[in-house]
Ligand binder design. Structure first.
Ligand code: RB5
Length: 150
């Protein structure tokens, strides 16, 4: 699976560790959109880069990391078709796929150990959307998106 990954300075360390941990995992290929150092940057710029890659079908899904995960979530969910889910444990990562068909996993870089992030990503990558009643609810979100004026 091809996944775009991006972070601000507060998520940079976790982003680099995640890439390193998955280096030998051929089931997952990261497209890194930056940032590339701990120099202060603005998280919306990187949220937009990852979202672009998903919406252009260059990747299947995305991962975004900032300090809390909150800024990245707020930004990514402004875009139609993006279901960005801020998760902090394995169960949430799983439910974000089963119930919300998450296409963008958001992680809180300042509050997340690398080992947990790796376990969460593996679960999130493999877990399927359950559909059914959840499909109806996602359709309602799409309807809300359509009602929104530019
Ligand atoms: C950066 O200091 C921090 O505000 C950012 O990473 C994020 O936590 C915002 O939501």
């Amino acid at each position: 699976m091809k996944i775009a990954i991006g972070s601000d300075h507060a998520g940079f360390g976790l982003k680099e560790s995640i890439k390193m941990e998955f280096k030998k995992d051929s089931s997952l290929e990261f497209v890194d959109v930056g940032t590339s150092s701990i120099e202060s940057v603005d998280y919306p710029d990187y949220a937009e880069k990852v979202v672009e890659k998903i919406r252009n079908n260059e990747v299947e899904r995305g991962i975004l990391i900032c300090g809390t995960g909150i800024g990245m979530s707020i930004t990514a969910n402004k875009f139609k078709g993006i279901r960005a889910t801020l998760c902090f444990n394995e169960e949430l990562a799983s439910l974000s796929r089963k119930h919300n068909n998450s296409n963008l996993l958001v992680l809180p870089g300042r509050f997340m150990e690398v080992s947990r992030a790796v376990r969460m990503i593996k679960i999130w990558q493999k877990t399927l959307f359950e559909g059914g009643r959840h499909e109806r609810r996602l359709k309602k979100i799409e309807d809300i998106e359509k009602k929104e004026v530019e």
